[in-house]
Design a protein around this ligand. Structure first.
Ligand code: AHR
Length: 528
């Protein structure tokens, strides 16, 4: 009787306390289970002439915070600390009404234009030469998008000539006349932006785009044979669109020509459904797998000589759902999202997905760098780092080398209607793991990246090395906050990277409790 009552008291306590009890999980690491090399271009970003990304963001003439070139010094410091490997410029939708010649030469003689994508005036005081100088300061690879909407293939060729030809022809000499003696050697060029989108100026159907892109590519490569080309894959996953039809045609038609297929994805949490929102990076992963299969099929009959196969460039990704009204999508304050902790966890989820697919995803660009759906936010007096800055920085600093295929065992959940954003929704997601993990290995050191999606419970995890013992202590950094809506602001940093006490490993096992709604990066050595 007595034993029975002890058991039932225990069971009752378990049920009552169930909401706060920790879950258990296992992560196994096997150094021989390799996915692929993590390309440093996974940690890219994007600067578009949109809202205050350029003017009032990276560039603010006559500000006491700027240097003599107009570059905001405080912003540049934060940008440098992000280790941005590649920066896409100048759009985005903007590029489909941009004529690069408007943005070179003496600033006071550059024309002011109506900017139709985001309803502003474009002064053109920041253009190609300023961007290249900025990219050099950032220590980033420049990546230019040509105008395949209202632009011509000739204009694209002339831009490549301006940037990459040393001397002789007109546009190379024009660069020199403008004061830039040496060519810029811009290696990455995209053939337009989101050309399948009905919103794109000069939108084309897949066949017409493929024809125009192929001819532009021909002229661009004849001008500068070493360049890498990125084709516009589908960005339109709305219910009536057929993104895979578009991707299939582009891959088939351009399989001998281009080096990457660009995909874009924005997600959001408009219905305030935390668990749905935290699952959205899984959709990116599904789309990646589908496109990978299509690429594999086309590569079987491609004629690429000794060039690499086509890779995927997720060259726009982020959370973007608050600034989506007519007012917040136009003018000089467009797309100013204020991020919180749950957004940072979604970004960590995206980055985990890129690492888990490192064999095919070889470039990714967070959209965008400053103010416009961005990790850095300014006003005329200063700046602050948004929550999403911190996971991106941890990945770009540390997650390099070989991506490892982890075994993860943990509890899962199901979502309801699975809303993504941009008018897209998809079916219910089942068996979403509470732990979302990736790992890389470089120079005897393993980096384990873990999002605990559970809002309320810590997850106690045995991290087991299958191929050798942990050697010494493991260091831990965590991005977290008091609750999922915690945010940062001017003079307030609630969510940031915090160093936690080191972990002592016993042989090949280490136990760690991942706190609720957290991103954790663990770094340690494994001795084979
Ligand atoms: O990054 C904001 C916009 O999103 C880009 O201009 C466009 O390419 C995408 O639709």
């Amino acid at each position: 009787m007595k034993i029975k009552s002890i058991i039932s008291t225990f069971l009752l306590a378990t049920m009552v306390l169930g909401g706060t009890m920790a879950q258990n999980a296992i992560i196994k690491i096997d150094l021989d289970r390799k996915i692929g090399e993590v390309d440093k271009l996974l940690y890219g970003n994007f600067v578009e002439h949109l809202g205050r990304c350029v003017y009032g963001g990276i560039y603010e003439e006559n500000s006491p915070l700027s240097d003599e070139r107009g570059f905001r010094k405080d912003v540049l410091e934060a940008v440098k600390d992000l280790n941005v490997s590649i920066t896409r410029y100048p759009g985005g939708n903007f590029v489909s009404n941009y004529h690069w010649l408007d943005g070179i030469g003496p600033k006071d003689q550059r024309p002011t234009r109506m900017e139709l994508a985001w309803a502003r005036l474009e002064s053109n005081r920041f253009g190609t030469d300023e961007f290249i100088q900025y990219a050099r300061e950032m220590g980033t690879e420049p990546y230019l998008s040509v105008n395949m909407g209202t632009g011509t293939i000739e204009e694209a060729q002339q831009w490549v000539e301006y940037c990459n030809v040393s001397e002789g022809p007109y546009y190379a000499e024009l660069r020199k006349k403008n004061g830039y003696t040496d060519p810029y050697h811009v290696k990455y060029w995209s053939l337009g932006n989101e050309m399948d989108g009905f919103w794109q100026m000069g939108h084309l159907n897949a066949e017409d785009y493929a024809k125009k892109a192929r001819e532009a590519a021909k002229l661009m490569k004849l001008t500068s044979p070493e360049i890498k080309l990125i084709a516009a894959g589908s960005s339109n996953y709305r219910p009536n669109a057929d993104p895979n039809e578009w991707n299939g045609t582009i891959l088939h038609e351009l399989r001998d020509v281009v080096d990457y297929l660009a995909l874009h994805m924005y997600v959001g949490n408009p219905n305030d459904n935390y668990y749905n929102y935290l699952s959205t990076p899984l959709v990116l992963e599904e789309r990646t797998r589908v496109v990978k299969g299509m690429i594999d099929r086309e590569m079987q009959n491609a004629n690429r000589g000794d060039r690499d196969p086509i890779y995927i460039a997720w060259d726009e990704y982020n959370s973007w759902y608050r600034a989506r009204t007519d007012e917040t999508m136009a003018g000089t304050r467009a797309l100013e999202e204020h991020y919180n902790l749950e957004d940072a966890l979604v970004i960590a989820g995206f980055l985990n997905a890129f690492i888990r697919n490192a064999d095919i995803v070889k470039m990714a660009n967070m959209a965008q760098l400053v103010n416009v759906i961005a990790p850095i936010f300014t006003n005329e007096k200063g700046m602050f780092k948004q929550t999403i800055y911190y996971p991106l920085q941890l990945f770009s600093k540390n997650a390099h080398g070989t991506s490892l295929d982890l075994f993860v065992k943990c509890e899962t959940y199901n979502t309801e209607e699975f809303f993504i954003g941009l008018g897209e929704s998809t079916t219910k997601q089942t068996d979403v793991p509470y732990l979302d993990a990736s790992a890389t290995y470089y120079n005897d050191e393993v980096i384990i990246n873990v999002v605990n999606r559970n809002k309320d419970k810590a997850i106690t995890t045995d991290i087991i090395s299958q191929s050798g013992n942990f050697n010494g202590e493991l260091s831990i950094v965590e991005v977290n906050g008091p609750n999922t809506k915690s945010d940062n602001d001017f003079g307030k940093t609630t969510v940031e990277s915090k160093i936690k006490p080191t972990l002592k490993a016993k042989a090949n096992v280490v136990k760690y409790s991942f706190p609720p709604h957290s991103f954790t990066q663990i770094k340690g050595k494994i001795k084979k």
